[in-house]
Design a protein around this ligand. Structure first.
Ligand SMILES: [Zn+2]
Length: 407
């Protein structure tokens, strides 16, 4: 009998060819021919191994290992779509490992007590309409009430047409998630912390919260030659000091939070005029709301000090607030227990990126496992995780899925 790792490789290698071009990475946009062919391939594999397959109106593929009893299923899965010129592992890993587990169980003759449903989500990356996690949002009914016609791809194709071309029928926004026991997602880390710690496994504690702000600095535009330095109200100089403070504070937080100023607009934006206004974005992410509260309070206080120093006015506008999503403690404990039993070293860490788990986590107890990303690279053809690391994570996931489906 083959090992779980080898069963996974047997499935992952052929799946990786869908949308792959040598030197160009993987481009498997939702509902594209490569995406649909990959879905067909998965469906055939699942069918051959005794799983029941169905698609919802959105194009999420659900593959179910029947249980001995008609109980709410354990859900697992991830997304099948990629970004343009992305990697093979992002998303596909969280589908192929559970499918290999289903095959492994079949070969072992293991029948779970409750069903195990493996979901291959469509459109997690947000490539088609600029909105991430749409597949999990559709599945959980979060898009209900919105008009499908309102979603149009960058090249002008409306959603209903795309779904029709993909052969999908029915209400694309109708919820399709049955009452379930829980949801588990295996994903690449997309960062460097596991590699830096030389660990093969991360147990996710929370998906970080995100807040966005627009900060406007009001100064006074004036002649760049005749205005003495002491008389200036330079909005950009003040903004630069604030950006440096934000950067240095985030650096000093040692991983408590990350903060980014990624956009700045200066007015009047001329080389011989003192900037009269600067508008900049701020994004902050942390696993705890209190950490973000404190950091923002400090940034604001610092900006008030700059108002006097530079004779400007700072205005802060919060644009949104996505709270952190803590992972289910009970499932985290199971991950820890089985990783310890299997002698797989691990760390507990937040997820700094969003995932389908972030959506499903509002409906079901949810937990995530991470495997290392070489050099922290993802969304790139260079994305890589060793089969050894994946094999170890697969062993832990298999044991935990077995445990949960027997409950
Ligand atoms: Zn992903």
């Amino acid at each position: 009998m083959k090992t779980l790792k080898d069963l996974w490789l047997d499935l992952f290698r052929p799946l990786s060819s869908f949308g792959y071009t040598e030197g160009q990475g993987t481009t498997r946009l939702s509902w594209s021919p490569a995406f649909l062919a990959a879905q067909d391939f998965l469906q055939q594999y699942a069918g051959k191994n005794g799983l029941h397959c169905e698609k919802d109106g959105w194009g999420n593929l659900l593959m179910t290992v029947p249980g001995k009893e008609d109980l709410p299923p354990v859900y697992t899965g991830s997304h099948l779509d990629t970004v343009p010129h992305g990697g093979k592992y992002d998303g596909a890993l969280g589908i192929t490992v559970p499918l290999a587990i289903a095959r492994f169980w079949r070969e072992k003759g293991f029948l779970p007590r409750r069903p195990l449903t493996i979901i291959a989500f469509a459109e997690e990356e947000g490539t088609r309409f600029g909105t991430p996690c749409m597949g999990s949002q559709a599945l959980t009914g979060r898009l209900q009430g919105q008009s499908p016609e309102a979603f149009v791809t960058p090249d002008g194709c409306p959603l209903p047409q795309l779904l029709q071309q993909a052969g999908l029928k029915g209400d694309s926004f109708a919820p399709h998630l049955l009452p379930g026991k829980c949801f588990l997602e295996l994903h690449i880390e997309q960062g460097r912390s596991l590699e830096d710690a030389q660990l093969p496994l991360g147990i996710v504690s929370a998906i970080v919260g995100i807040r966005h702000f627009m900060i406007t600095v009001q100064g006074k535009a004036n002649h760049a030659g005749t205005t003495a330095m002491k008389n200036r109200q330079d909005a950009l100089a003040a903004a630069a000091a604030e950006i440096t403070e934000i950067y240095q504070s985030a650096l000093a937080s040692q991983g408590q939070y990350v903060a980014t100023v990624g956009h700045i607009r200066v007015s009047p934006d001329a080389g011989n005029v003192i900037p009269g206004e600067a508008e900049m974005s701020l994004e902050i992410r942390a696993a705890e709301d209190s950490v973000m509260d404190q950091a923002i309070a400090r940034f604001k206080e610092f900006s008030h000090g700059l108002e006097q120093q530079y004779d400007v006015i700072f205005s802060w506008k919060q644009l949104d607030q996505i709270p952190p999503l803590p992972m289910d403690r009970k499932i985290m404990e199971l991950f820890k227990d089985y990783a310890t039993k299997e002698s797989v070293p691990f760390q507990i860490q937040p997820s700094w990126a969003g995932h389908d788990s972030m959506i499903v986590g509002h409906f079901l107890p949810t937990a995530m496992l991470f495997v290392p990303s070489k050099n922290g690279i993802s969304h790139s053809p260079e994305e890589f995780t060793s089969a050894e690391d994946i094999g170890q994570a697969a062993e832990v996931l298999e044991k935990v899925l077995m445990h949960l489906t027997m409950e």
